[in-house]
Design a protein around this ligand. Sequence first.
Ligand SMILES: Nc1ncnc2c1ncn2[C@@H]1O[C@H](COP(=O)(O)OP(=O)(O)OP(=O)(O)O)[C@@H](O)[C@H]1O
Ligand SMILES: [Mg+2]
Length: 399
Amino acid sequence: MSNVVLESVSRNFGDFVAVSSLDLRVNEGEFVTLLGPSGCGKTTTLRMVAGLEQNTSGRISIGNEIVSDAARGIFVPSERRRLGMVFQSYAIWPHMTVFENVAYPLRVRRRPNAEIKEAVAKTLHLVEMEGFAQRPAPALSGGQQQRVAIARALVFEPKVLLLDEPLSNLDAKLRLQMGDEFRAIQKRLGMTTLYVTHDQSEAMSLSDRVVVMDRGRIQQIGAPEDIYRFPANRTVAAFFGTPNLLDAQVTACSRIDGQRVRLEVVGRGWSGPCEAANEVRLGQSVTVMVRPEDARIASIDMAADEQGLRWSGRVAHTTFRGATRSVVVETNTGQFNIDASACNKYVIGDDVSVFVPQQAAWAVPAPVANEAEGHVRRGRASAAMPAGAADARSRNTSS
Ligand SMILES: Nc1ncnc2c1ncn2[C@@H]1O[C@H](COP(=O)(O)OP(=O)(O)OP(=O)(O)O)[C@@H](O)[C@H]1O
Ligand SMILES: [Mg+2]
């Protein structure tokens, strides 16, 4: 067994709560990503699993072994946790060749030379660096150094891999390529992987599940598509891209299936249907999220028979982005961001209508007043949670 389990894990630095009561299970062979803004506690969480940082409360297990339990004073040091680690700064040794860098974890474990030679060759082949074994480490490009760091983490075939923003120093194209390659290796070897990034698209494309963190707390855990399309709260919704977030009040609510309810909502000068995860009381305030790519724009009233939300407005601004064209439409409820096909052209000042199908309008609890506040402080932890987030969290973490 090589799962990783965190139970009520917290880490305080003096009065400051960097990680607050985190519950997470990474299943065997699973790729789970911690995602969130700078300072939300991702690295601290990973370092606690690695044994580089001690949790102030809670318990961490790897496989069947408890590696840290604050209440019982158990703490297994990092070198005995059998983990592969890759950190943002590659931390490959400049005075060594590629071969010696990759061989290092095996030398520390006092493996025989013949075994080291074979394992290093095999691992360098895996990351397509076999031709570089004798190269001094500094004489490599960033992407190549990154592969050496990954090879060094893989060489002793760890059951669990921890990676902290391993691709962040690479250019966009290499980043995509290395991400895909790494995911293929991870799947082939079936390694349990805990990955840290603040890059949304990286998290989406690599992970089995994504853990969205904010201010030391888990906001939601789920498959990438669920997190993106069905965020549990406004914080998670707003973390991805530039969604339209519209204030509204609920006027009707009916269940569609076990997963979703249909709401009728009314906003400032607009009304119509949308969907949500849970039943909502009539009159309650919600935020309706519409992703820019889900809104349609046309010069005439559209799809009168289709269920959805409609606004009329005027084209205020357009930006050509290559694959898409961003259009800002000024409506009576404010500005609406739409990502349209780049083939379509829009003239500023033109009257248009905006349509959003019911399934693409997702309601979450309206934010509470102090949601925008700074970091969580001890003793006031719950105040920093947006309404409904606690429910969403317990629902999602238990899955
Ligand atoms: N040793 C420390 N002493 C005091 N505060 C710390 C210490 N280490 C981390 N912190 C604080 O804990 C919070 C979480 O830090 P952490 O490094 O885990 O964030 P992160 O999510 O990895 O951010 P980033 O995306 O910028 O790497 C930050 O506010 C940070 O300043
Ligand atoms: Mg970090």
